[in-house]
Design a protein around this ligand. Structure first.
Ligand code: ARG
Length: 459
């Protein structure tokens, strides 16, 4: 296939250089965006009288045909072309003849590729957001199921205070809800059309950028031609958003791995999402969670690669920018694959409620509540904290739980203790008393579930 830039030079270059320069192997993925953009461009050229209305019609029909032929498999993308723009234009010329050569009037591949990337970025932001909301729904439904299930809450991975499994799951629901919101926010900023900036300086033709932008569903046009072709902020921004959602998936993965271990036995992942060992028959490995945790690293790599490509780049377009695609595609595909597995995996996981409760009863996680009990009876919190510390130390030595210590012994520590203390420190009550806004009480988890569900309906 010949080069779009054959002219001053004859368009032939060193074989290795040719392969090195080409982007078709990865930017072929942008064929729909490229053709859709070209259809809008042809329509604008026709409307403005830059080409005739008949010529515009011929181009639009032929471009539509190329799109449907690629989609149906009737037309195969020729990897000998330098890039997807070349392939589409050459195919157009081969189908409609000389009029096809008019399509590239008043534009450059520089604004064309910026347009393609923005259309693609906008589409994937919507897709990923949709998947995130499905994951949030799966987490919220699970939280509803387990809103009364008492488990141990941790700090420093040390048993800390009793919470519910519902409360724990809702923490992730809010994280992923923020991730979805971040994608929607990035989309708002990127949704301005760069087409019409041409190579870098704008064009002498009487174009209508606003018309072309509206036809492509943009909210408006970019204001500066140099910025239009040099800007890849939106790629960085989305890569950062995807990196953060991967961080959240990775944190959840770590907990799923821990919780499904023999040591914790808090949850059971469905057989559909675990694998066995080729040698150890007893194994049920949480590979999906481990893979998501591992793949987080490569997404961070994609973000750093893009930032580094842009750092120090002079205005306007430089070929370095062709490197935006593979990193971005990789991050999008990785996040998509992870989310597709996590949605049904979360929906099908089962909690081992007995083990969770058992663990919550050990580890003196009701110690704070015992101190609060004394504080509510008038002892300053610091003193109560110290006294309960002593009680816990003695209980550890005697290998008994706080709820197993007889009232007489308690009275020996302080005469503020009464029989009602046992109610105060039962783990179920410890949870139920935490009614502060956002706390772990069942009513509070119900409020959280309601907020999330309402947010999703409006999103
Ligand atoms: N393949 C190029 C890219 O992805 C398209 C733009 C090429 N523009 C140019 N002036 N060489 O960035």
């Amino acid at each position: 296939m010949s080069k779009l830039w054959a002219g001053r030079a004859d368009g032939t270059i060193n074989e290795a250089a040719e392969a090195f320069n080409a982007s078709i192997t990865f930017d072929k993925r942008l064929y729909a965006e490229d053709i859709t953009g070209s259809i809008a461009h042809a329509a604008m050229l026709g409307k403005q009288g830059i080409i005739s209305a008949e010529e515009a019609e011929i181009l639009i029909t032929a471009l539509g045909g190329i799109l449907s032929d690629i989609e149906s498999g009737a037309l195969e993308i020729d990897l000998a072309a330098e890039d997807i723009h070349t392939f589409v234009e050459e195919t157009l010329v081969s189908r409609v003849g000389a009029v096809g050569k008019k399509l590239h009037t008043a534009r450059s591949r520089n604004d064309q590729v910026a347009l393609d990337m923005k259309l693609f970025a906008r589409k994937v932001a919507d897709e990923l957001k949709g998947k995130l909301l499905s994951l949030v729904t799966a987490l919220t439904d699970k939280a509803e199921t387990y809103k009364k299930t008492v488990m141990c809450g941790y700090t420093h991975l040390q048993r800390a205070q009793p919470i519910t499994f519902g409360q724990h799951l809702m923490a992730y629901a809010f994280m992923f809800l923020r991730d979805a919101d971040r994608l929607a926010d990035a989309k708002k900023r990127l949704n301005k059309s760069p087409i019409g900036a041409a190579a870098l300086a704008g064009t002498t033709y009487n174009t209508d950028r606003a018309y072309e932008a509206a036809a492509l569903g943009f909210d408006g046009v970019t204001e500066n031609s140099l910025d239009s072709v040099s800007d890849r902020d939106y790629v960085v921004e989305l890569l950062a958003d995807i990196s953060l959602l991967m961080t959240h998936l990775s944190r959840l993965s770590e907990e799923l791995v821990l919780w499904s271990s023999f040591e914790f036995k808090y949850i059971e992942l469905s057989d559909d999402f675990t694998t066995g060992s080729s040698i150890m028959p007893q194994k049920k490995n949480p590979d999906m969670a481990e893979l998501a945790r591992g793949k987080t690293g490569r997404v961070y790599g994609d973000l750093i690669a893009m930032l580094t490509v842009l750092k120090g780049l002079p205005l306007a377009y430089n070929k370095d920018m062709q490197e935006d695609k593979e990193s971005f595609f990789d991050a999008v595909d990785t996040a998509n694959a992870c989310l597709s597995v996590f949605i049904p995996m979360i929906a099908s996981l089962k909690a081992n409620e007995e083990n969770m409760l058992e663990a919550a009863k050990g580890g003196y996680i009701n110690a704070t509540d015992l101190a609060d009990y004394l504080t509510k009876k008038g002892l300053p919190f610091r003193e109560a904290y110290k006294l309960v510390g002593t009680i816990v130390r003695d209980a550890v030595t005697k290998k008994v739980g706080l709820e197993d210590i007889p009232l007489e012994t308690y009275k020996g520590y302080s005469d503020l203790f009464d029989a009602d203390l046992y109610d105060e420190i039962s783990v179920a009550n410890c949870v139920e008393k935490r009614t502060s806004y956002g706390g772990t009480a069942v009513s509070s988890v119900e409020t959280q579930i309601k907020i999330v569900r309402e947010t999703i309906t409006k999103a």
